[in-house]
Design a protein around this ligand. Sequence first.
Ligand code: GUN
Length: 276
Amino acid sequence: MAKIIDGKLISAQIKDELKEKVAKEHIKATLAVIQVGNDPASCVYVGNKKKACEYIGIGSRSYELPEETTEEELLDLVDRLNADDEIKGILVQLPLPKTIDEKKVINRISPDKDVDGFHPQSVGRLCIGEDGFVSCTPAGIIELLKRSGIPIEGRECTVIGRSNIVGKPMALLLLANNGTVTVCHSRTKDLKEICKRADILVVAVGKPKMITSEYIKEGAVVIDVGIHRTESGKLCGDVDYEDVLPHVSAITPVPGGVGPMTIAMLMVNCVKAAGF
Ligand code: GUN
């Protein structure tokens, strides 16, 4: 029987641990959350992030800016928040409107307040094995594996997807945990054959139910980063869950797998930022 990795439960445990730490050590921190425009998915994510802050006992300050906000105005706000000692973490919800250069905004956030782990300094630290802020979704996946007793060391780990937010930091983290890492992407030839070698397969392709049992080695661990709404209104991942389930030793469901971990790890980063 496959183990269903319960991300909701594990994320709740992490948030409870943080809540206790914040109370016990009298940690004071405020997270600034900036949203430009009102993309419906972003509104849900931002709302959940603020709720998580309240739950663990740290502050949050919301900046809901209109779609027409200019790049300069946003950069000015980031500058002000960088200089504000009360603010320990700055989060700019992505995607930003097309008129704003995301890279420029990310690069402007002080590396000490980069709770998303997107700043080049954070990514560079991860790359060379120095302590720093790590992108929340891949960091959450490592936590899921560790807390489920799934070893990484020496195992064949395959990541499908090479985004700056998930695929690349995921590969670096698996490597840092002594996995043997392969990164696949849209130009990869023989994707099925490569995936079939994986002991741990992390799927972040952004295509509903693309990964079927044909891609899976018997007994593999499958981590599904995707989330999509089907025509019937149900949620599904990048993995064809029902098809794959009989062949895996462990799998994350959608919803309730990777998703809740992203916010738990953001809270880990906020508590860490309070120490600077
Ligand atoms: N948009 C989708 N995921 C994320 C995330 O983890 N952080 C930010 N800032 N924006 C996102």
